[in-house]
Design a binder for this molecule. Structure first.
Ligand code: AMP
Length: 318
């Protein structure tokens, strides 16, 4: 049950486009309160920065299995970009995104302006994930996790979803979201969906458009290295040391001359991305992740070893 107010409704498969916080809240308030408790009730929410691809659509499909109403946000969040990063040139393809979302059967898009999200005054409060600035991805991108935790908290407060869907591709973000809702008692279930890949294994990403042809051909090397480490760890009964894991991945990456830099290789726990000395697939498992540079393009990817896979990807309890 929904009223429509002034929001723009596009025909064919209809989709509500909300361009401001007020419009999104009108959409949210138009539901009967009892609807949240009904089967497939409550909003399934997929936060994105747009430039959509099949990876994003896989999150939407997962959300649609559990919710009739799926809301997707498209917001290139400035506070998660570093000074040297690609905020200005980040791909923005709103019209194409909208057709993809209509095709995917999404009910509503929330695409706010930066000023609407952050106001004109410098904010006094933000969400600071303690210790995440010390993990390897956090050291590489200072302020990134604060930006993500803060914007997702704001989006949760605006959209008020029952569940939110994130991609394993950004694994540290997933661990952070699972911890954040627990630590701050946020009533949103976090689902983590497996990484969608191109046929050669490269993880799909909006930033893959930056790769030159030769770099695109070489880019699968990251997943190749991670997969070799995964195979070895899953075969071992006693466990594999972190040094060995790093050596295996480095050996694969260093065979590819276009790899300009190995930014990090991380062997981490599922609870807080704390670095581990030993990977025991049959006990706690591990998250093995890496960031490399191919020319000017930064690629990240990860694999989940043993029980880590079950822990991260299993459906949260109701
Ligand atoms: P982004 O638009 O890059 O902020 O991503 C929005 C969501 O899509 C995040 O939860 C990402 O982890 C997820 N995502 C990005 N790439 C993929 C992929 N290849 N497979 C699955 N999910 C993805």
């Amino acid at each position: 049950m929904r009223r429509t107010t002034s929001m723009q409704i596009l025909s064919r498969r209809s989709i509500v486009v909300t361009r401001s916080i007020q419009e999104m809240q009108d959409y949210q308030n138009s539901f009967d309160p009892s609807w949240k408790k009904s089967s497939k009730g409550g909003i399934g929410f997929v936060p994105t920065m747009g430039a959509l691809h099949a990876g994003h659509i896989s999150l939407i499909n997962e959300a649609k299995k559990q919710h009739t109403n799926v809301v997707v946000s498209i917001f290139v969040n400035p506070t998660q970009f570093g000074k040297e990063e690609d905020l200005d040139k980040y791909p923005r393809t709103f019209d194409k995104d909208l057709s993809m979302l209509k095709e995917a059967g999404v009910e509503c898009v929330f695409a706010p302006q930066v000023q609407d999200m952050y106001g004109v005054e410098e904010p006094l409060c933000h969400v600071e994930p303690r210790a995440f600035s010390d993990i390897l991805e956090g050291k590489a991108r200072p302020d990134f996790f604060r930006g993500v935790a803060t914007v997702v908290t704001k989006l949760f407060n605006i959209v008020q979803p029952t569940a939110a869907y994130f991609g394993q591709k950004d694994i540290a973000q997933c661990v952070l979201m699972q911890r954040m809702v627990r630590d701050l008692n946020i009533p949103v279930k976090i689902h983590v969906c497996e990484t969608m890949r191109e046929v050669d294994g490269l993880a799909m990403s909006s930033r893959n458009v930056y790769l030159k042809q030769s770099e695109r051909k070489a880019a699968h090397v990251l997943y190749k290295g991670l997969s070799e480490a995964l195979r070895l760890c899953e075969r071992s009964t006693e466990g594999i040391s972190r040094e060995k894991v790093i050596e295996i991945i480095e050996n694969v990456l260093l065979c590819e001359p276009l790899v300009e830099e190995i930014e990090y290789i991380s062997v981490a726990s599922t609870d807080s991305m704390r670095e581990l000395g030993l990977v025991r697939a049959r006990e706690e498992g591990a998250i093995i992740s890496s960031a490399i540079r191919l020319g000017s393009v930064r690629l990240i990817d990860n694999v989940l070893v043993g029980r880590a896979r079950y822990k991260i990807l299993s459906t949260p309890a109701t």
